[in-house]
Write a protein that binds this ligand. Structure first.
Ligand code: GDP
Length: 240
């Protein structure tokens, strides 16, 4: 996918008056993302509803900027709350998208991993829930992995890639990596961050896989329209 980090972010914030937005795929995708509303929360996989809708999972190390990315993509202040309370964050939160009475997709906000204050037992339990979710969840269509652009892939991110790599490798689950907080990088660092992440993803990429990567800044709103378009496209029926 193309990286929007070099484009002028003001163009997105202030569309020119009279601009025809109906044919703009980024605007359409953002309008769709904006429909996201809370559906349910679950602490175990078997508590998740079995719905026949394409589901997109958001995953990432704690503090990678996942909640901020979800709120930015959906243009809602507190859809995913950036709460660091372990009791709160150790749940899978499901959001529904699309027309009110005809939802057409789900977002699943998975607990951030690597949070230092979580007890070892709880960490292991969550690792298992996460692995199982990524391996068996039926409607899972795509995974959005948030990686702090300054830190790159950590050991836990690589483990997460391992969990999902069979399905990414055979093309049944798509992957988008957002290199978050890219506003903190200069142009050279941003390029280096992209290249390092591309090298890691090269290890899981196959002929069938669909893997995207983009610099992303919630602060500068860069990469947001692009990411929304990718997610929107993932949830459309083939040829639709
Ligand atoms: P989560 O634990 O992955 O949900 O991370 P949060 O969304 O709570 O973000 C962690 C911290 O990073 C917070 O202090 C955010 O304000 C900050 N943050 C998130 N996105 C950005 C960004 O695009 N730019 C900058 N500079 N800070 C960000």
């Amino acid at each position: 996918m193309t990286d929007q980090n070099n484009s002028d972010p003001r163009a997105k914030d202030h569309p020119s008056v009279g601009e025809d937005t109906t044919d703009d795929p980024a605007k359409r995708a953002l309008a769709w993302a904006h429909t996201a509303r809370f559906l349910t929360t679950a602490s175990q996989l078997d508590q998740l509803p079995q719905v026949e809708l394409p589901e997109i999972a958001f995953v990432g190390r704690s503090n990678a900027g996942k909640s901020t990315a979800i709120n930015t993509l959906t243009q809602q202040k507190r859809l995913a709350f950036a709460s660091k309370t372990p009791g709160r964050t150790q749940h899978i939160n499901l959001f529904e998208l699309g027309p009110k009475l005809a939802a057409d997709a789900l977002f699943a906000d998975l607990p951030g991993y690597g949070y230092a204050a979580v007890a070892r037992g709880a960490k292991l339990r969550w690792q298992r829930v996460m692995a199982e979710y990524l391996e068996v969840r039926r409607g899972l269509t795509g995974v959005v992995l948030m990686v702090d652009s300054r830190l790159g892939f950590t050991e836990l991110d690589r483990q997460l890639l391992d969990f999902v790599s069979p399905r990414v490798g055979n093309g049944s689950v798509k992957l988008l990596v957002l290199l978050t907080k890219s506003d903190k990088l200069n142009r050279r660092e941003a390029q280096a961050s992209l290249e390092a992440a591309q090298a890691v993803l090269g290890e899981v990429s196959t002929e069938e896989s669909d893997i995207g990567i983009s610099l992303f800044s919630a602060l500068k709103k860069s990469g947001v329209g692009d990411a929304a378009q990718v997610l929107h496209a993932w949830t459309r029926p083939p040829g639709g």
